[in-house]
Design a protein around this ligand. Structure first.
Ligand code: C2E
Ligand code: CA
Ligand code: CA
Ligand code: CA
Length: 388
């Protein structure tokens, strides 16, 4: 059994000098009290503990002990007149008689990783599916590296129109992978691997420069006010030279800052990392647009609209889908529109598929995007579509 404390670093930071060590002592003590006869606990490193159980223990028993230990660890800890809460996640690998210790630890670690992916305070038993999924992720990561080097990644462009008169005002760039023999892969198939791996920043920079170059070309060819929307990975916004990269890209492409709109999601904004927020503020002050993507679907508090330099709300597709029948959706979209007006933000509606949806959304949003106006398409198709 591999135990790892959730959020230990934050607890350690808040308690100050050696406070973390005292918490670890309490945890080790509680852990040892939960163990059956003949079971042994050891601190592995940092905030990880291993519990060794005798051969022949059954999965139910091992899981039950892990759950019991998690509940014990979650009890409030009173230290230095301060109540501290900590929780733990557990990965379990039972011996199959022919695995080495290293293999067992690696597999327990996979189970632990899976437990953590499901939130705090869970125990997970290793299964071969986990190994398969990990191998798939590793394969996808390697293939992505190849695809990036071989030029198999491509940007598609989806038109954005002014709802009042249907005029084209810009496009959102969306990544696709031209996968040999399998056709075009949608981001859902590879984005999780891409955004959490070492390619996030290089691929993200490539997306930014490719999209900006394309936009500059289309502006020169007659779409004089054309604006391009580019989605960001969290890793890009966190990287210290992000502002510099954007400035340089705009200069190289000859694209004015106003013609670029960066799309950020709540996952990025919610982290409230100082660097991220100041990067956005700097870019905003240069004239770059900042759109809050998938607005209304997550946990962001409305205060964020004050704290973060946003210029536009993208009303999520889920509110548009049933807008014709759903009074609730209409009320929500109406409230978003009023709030945006008061905060000096513009609004764009995602996922408009029918004329009826467009008619209704005209009251609430300046612009729209969706299959009604065009699916995401290659640059070439985009040009044909708009007579360039
Ligand atoms: P998103 O930013 O919310 O992008 C909009 C998604 O909605 C796109 O899916 C688009 O194809 C789809 N869509 C647009 N109009 C309609 C419609 O009328 N009906 C329906 N049902 N769907 C519509 P896609 O291209 O599969 O992208 C999925 C997500 O992957 C994006 O969601 C975005 O979060 C991410 N993504 C895509 N390309 C990039 C990229 O270049 N960089 C980054 N960082 N993320 C990207
Ligand atoms: Ca940890
Ligand atoms: Ca987007
Ligand atoms: Ca969106």
């Amino acid at each position: 059994l591999l135990f790892d404390l959730d959020g230990f670093k934050a607890v350690n930071d808040s308690l100050g000098h050696s406070g973390g060590d005292e918490v670890l002592k309490v945890v080790a003590d509680r852990l040892s009290k939960c163990l059956d006869e003949g079971w042994e606990a050891a601190r592995l490193s940092g905030d990880e503990f291993a519990v060794l159980i005798p051969d022949g223990a059954d999965p139910l028993q091992a899981t039950a002990v892990a759950e019991r230990a998690i509940r014990a660890i979650e009890e409030p800890i009173l230290l230095r007149d301060q109540v501290t809460h900590i929780s733990a996640s557990v990965g379990i690998k039972l011996s199959d008689g022919n695995s080495s210790v290293e293999q067992m630890l690696r597999n327990a670690d996979l189970a632990l990783y899976d437990a953590k992916a499901n939130g705090r305070g869970h125990a997970r038993l290793f299964t071969h599916d986990l190994r398969r999924a990990a191998n798939d992720r590793a394969t996808t990561a390697m293939e992505l590296q190849d695809a990036f080097e071989d030029g198999d990644l491509e940007l598609y462009y989806q038109p954005q129109v002014r709802l009042r008169d249907g005029a084209l005002v810009g496009a959102e760039a969306l990544i696709r992978w031209n996968y040999p023999y399998r056709g075009v892969l949608s981001p859902a198939a590879f984005l999780p691997v891409l955004e959490s791996g070492p390619l996030a920043v290089p691929v993200g920079n490539w997306i930014l420069s490719t999209a900006c170059r394309q936009a500059a070309r289309w502006r020169a060819e007659g779409l004089s006010d054309f604006r391009i929307g580019v989605n960001l990975f969290a890793a890009q916004l966190r990287s210290p030279d992000f502002v510099e990269t954007v400035v340089q890209t705009l200069a190289e492409c000859g694209l004015p800052a106003e013609a670029l709109e960066l799309e950020v999601t709540e996952n990025i904004i919610l982290r409230k990392e100082g660097a991220t927020i100041s990067h956005l503020a700097k870019l905003r002050s240069m004239g770059v647009g900042i759109a809050f993507d998938d607005f209304g679907t997550g946990y962001a508090s409305l205060t964020m609209l004050k704290e973060i330099a946003i210029t536009r709300l993208k009303v999520d597709r889920s509110f548009v889908r049933e807008i014709e029948w759903s009074g609730k959706d209409q009320a929500i979209v109406d409230a978003i529109a009023r709030m945006a007006k008061g905060c000096d933000l513009t609004v764009i509606a995602e996922g408009i598929e029918t004329e009826e949806q467009a008619d209704l959304m005209r009251d609430y949003a300046d612009e729209g995007q969706g299959y009604l106006y065009g699916r995401p398409m290659t640059a070439r198709a985009f040009e044909e579509h708009h007579g360039l």
